[in-house]
Every structure is written in structure tokens, then in C-alpha cells.
Design a protein around this ligand. Structure first.
Ligand code: IMP
Ligand code: MG
Length: 198
């Protein structure tokens, strides 16, 4: 018995194939991401047993990590989302962080776990953590799928980190360049030609 027919599978694959000419190399495969998130989710399940876990996602990039990670956490939990400005359409950080959408939850007494797609300079996260700490959560930790090696401008204590990656601009699995590529199931670098026209 098949639950998904082949036609719909090939539609999904075709959709991603449209990006293929832009891809330079795949740094982390879909399988590697999923097994890492399963491991991370299991650890979180143990660490947060009996607590009031709230996952806070930083839009937009974190929505994909959040969805998959949450389903590996075998605990009751709640979701909330924030949107902050980061790079816009460029690939260099401006250092300016603005809250575009705030949380719906009052954080007092909650065990807050911020879920991030990537920590690059760490500036966005540093600002966010300082802001959230002021709202008196019972605890405040970070789970990041990716951390760029070496170039962090601020020291941050990240409780859960999926992968350390080289200092290169990456797309896929929630990460965009000019809002594209978020739906790629893997993490990849782009060919120089793909940056043209923006
Ligand atoms: P940071 O403040 O430099 O740590 O950057 C944080 C945000 O910039 C991330 O949450 C992403 O939205 C974006 N970002 C940083 N590096 C990359 C990348 O390599 N690809 C896509 N987006 C990135
Ligand atoms: Mg972005």
C-alpha cells in the first residue's frame, strides 16, 4: 500500500530541481539534518521533562527547523514566533536589529527555548536574548541548527548546536537568499551566478 502516489512525489522533486542550476555544493544532506534533529529533540525531551517548554522561533528562517525539531520532542510544548530584521536581501549583516513581530506569550515562569536556523555574527541572537531575559522566563536557552565557525562577533552560550559550518553563505532548509531556496531540504552554497540581479 502506498500513501503517497509517485506523481505527487515527482512534483515535489521537480520543484526543488528548479533551483539545482544555482547550487554549488551541498554541505549538509536532508538525512544528516533529520538525524541531527532527532538527536537534539531527544536531548531536549530529557532536559525539559516536567517543565513548561515554550519554543520561540525567529522568523522566517527558523520555521522549517522548528517544525521538524518539535516533532522530535516528546513533551507537551507550546510555540511562539518573533520576526526581527536581519540582512534583508543582502548577504552581510547590518548590525541593526528591529522587532517586526513580537511574541504572543507572556514569558514569566516559562522555560523558553529559542530555535534558530543559523548563528552567524550572533548579533541578532544577542539582542534577542537580552530582550527576552528582561521578560523573566524561568529559563532561557538556544537551539541552533547551524553555527558559522570562527567569525562570531559576540560570544554566546548555545545549549544545542546541530552543525558547525565554514564561514560561507548558505541556503536551504529555511535559509534564504533574497527569499528564495527556503524549501530546499538540504543546506547548500550557491554558485556566484545565482547572486546576480539583486
Ligand atoms: P547574525 O546576526 O549575523 O548571527 O545573523 C542572523 C541571521 O542572518 C540568521 O537568522 C539568518 O536569517 C541570516 N543569515 C546569517 N547567515 C546566513 C546564511 O549563510 N544564509 C542565509 N541567511 C543567513
Ligand atoms: Mg534571511
Amino acid at each position: 500500500m502506498t500513501l503517497i502516489d509517485l506523481a505527487s512525489l515527482s512534483r515535489l522533486t521537480t520543484y526543488v530541481e528548479a533551483y539545482e542550476p544555482d547550487i554549488d555544493r551541498v554541505l549538509i544532506s536532508s538525512e544528516q539534518i533529520q538525524s541531527k534533529l532527532a538527536e537534539m529533540g531527544q536531548r531536549i525531551g530529557v532536559d525539559y521533562a516536567g517543565r513548561k517548554l515554550l519554543l520561540v522561533g525567529v522568523l522566517k528562517g527558523a520555521f522549517v527547523v522548528m517544525a521538524d525539531l518539535a516533532r522530535h520532542i516528546r513533551l507537551p510544548l507550546e510555540f511562539d514566533f518573533m520576526a526581527v530584521s536581519s540582512y534583508g536581501a543582502a548577504t552581510k549583516t547590518s548590525g541593526v536589529v528591529r522587532i517586526l513581530k513580537d511574541l504572543d506569550h507572556d514569558l514569566e515562569g516559562l522555560d523558553v527555548l529559542v530555535v534558530e536556523d543559523i548563528v552567524d555574527s550572533g548579533l541578532t541572537l544577542k539582542y534577542l536574548l537580552k530582550n527576552l531575559a528582561g521578560r523573566k522566563p524561568a529559563s532561557l536557552e538556544v537551539a541552533a541548527l547551524l553555527r558559522k565557525e570562527g567569525i562570531q562577533q559576540v560570544e554566546l552560550d548555545l545549549r544545542y548546536v546541530g552543525f558547525e559550518i565554514p564561514n560561507e553563505f548558505v541556503v536551504g532548509y529555511g535559509l534564504d537568499y533574497a527569499e528564495r531556496y527556503r524549501n530546499l531540504p538540504y543546506i547548500a552554497t550557491l554558485r556566484p551566478e545565482a547572486y546576480g540581479g539583486v
